[in-house]
Ligand binder design. Sequence first.
Ligand SMILES: *Cc1c(COP(=O)(O)O)cnc(C)c1O
Length: 571
Amino acid sequence: MSPPPLVAYFSMEIGLNPAMPTYAGGLGLLAGDTIRSAADLKVPMVAVTLLHRKGYFTQVLDERGWQTERPVEWPIEQFCRELPGRVEVEIEGRSVQLRAWEYLVTGVGGREVPVVLLDTDLPENAAWDRTLTHYLYGGDSWYRLCQEIVLGVGGVRMLRRLGYREIPRFHMNEGHAALLGLELLSERAQRLGRKAFTDDDVQSIRRRCVFTTHTPVPAGHDKFPLETVVRALGPVDFAAHQDVFCCGGELNMTYLALNLSHYVNGVAKKHGEVSRLLLQPKDGFHHYQIDHITNGVHLATWIAPPFAELFDRQVDGWREDNASLRGALNIPKAEVWEAHLQTKTRLLREVNRRTGSDFDLETITLGFARRAAAYKRAPLLLSDAAELKRLAAGPGRLQILYAGKAHPRDDAGKRIIQQIARSRDSLRPEVRLAYLEDYDWELARLLVAGVDVWVNTPEPPLEASGTSGMKAALHGVPSLSILDGWWLEGCIEHVTGWAVGGNSPPGVTAAARDERDAASLYQKLGAVILPTFYQRRDDWLRIMCHAIALNASHFNTQRMVLEYVLKAYYE
Ligand SMILES: *Cc1c(COP(=O)(O)O)cnc(C)c1O
């Protein structure tokens, strides 16, 4: 039996198992990695999310590279146990019944963290209400608000129903979960025999809540018109509590979470700074302290078998103490190269099987995989086809692998995929390129371990952290990336990878910045990266070992969860 929880961790998406499509991307996989490290470290935690019976979606690309979406279903009973007990939330005056499923995450020492997955698909609910826990990020803004009621309000009620009476900390992973704060307020007011909550209740709830914000991109911050909120939740006295609801006219989930938390953080040092500027309202009334805790990845989850075998043999105790990976500098370089050739072989075999292409082991292979959103600037690397071909005519050829889904309603994102897929033919024969379908946990695992260089070119400062480059570093794969997010902390030039671009002078246009960053990317490739890979293999292996020793030893969720414990959970 686990001890009573220190923290209840709420997240709209959690990547729990590669066969469960309950995550869309980085946010959900980070949530899963957080829980896996909490289990390893025996941090008493219980997690809450939605069941997402029909998941995110499977991406299908036609010959022209146009994305369509196929729904996914998964066998819930194979992974989760149904828990007894129901709770109810009220939406639009209707009673909506919830049940819970449990998924257990087991740590290295056998400690379990239970994850509670909420489910409204019950015969006693109205047809539409039954769909509320079906689609992750599906539907419209009304659907989203109702899902957030299920997560925040329903989640707290379910925890109580399951016997979790005393929970010292509630962690809102992104603003989606912020309605949990309103439920805690009304719980307290009710217990004290009041109809409405008071300033005193707000102070008390703030002591118990923690909020992590994950992106400076506006679409990542849910906002709902007040009339819509009243329609869903019933009358709420917004005017009486400006300190809670902030910023008139709409309910902004980010501000609700900020106002109800005593500890708030961004997910990298720079993202902390950016959030302090972005989220400070100009009303002279609210003032937010925003710290940062830099993201990480759960090493044991992401490590490819050849590297797991290598580290188990060469780095004593790395699973229990991730920091001991600094000992990677002692591993014979030939063994690192041997492990790399194995992961690269596995990746390229899969690429060739899927695409009928002829990617080969000797050619340097660049990887770029992430959500297809405009600010990620995926086409930057391809902006000058002639230059790429010229590079590939140098010391050795060039192979490029792309992957990533666009949000189903993001046509601009879908056009980016199409544009990249279309350049496949024009770059041949000097440069091989493939856009791989359906980027998910399994494909990410192959890519981050098997490419030679991991590329990232976001428009700064919009990359809050990024975690795929950390997964690459674990396998000695250096990053070639814009200095933004985690890379500002992880880049040591020509030691752990390479920086692209530089500081933009104020007032520079987007087009000029793209051009400058592309030039910098080609310059690094031509002057440093290709010659080192093809002609100075010893130097290349030194860089691979430093990526592991300096970056995997630090950018992991073991270090990250310990920071949450010290700065957010016990404080
Ligand atoms: C790690 C991961 C992400 C997040 O990586 P970013 O660098 O933040 O883009 C997204 N999707 C999948 C499938 C991943 O494995």
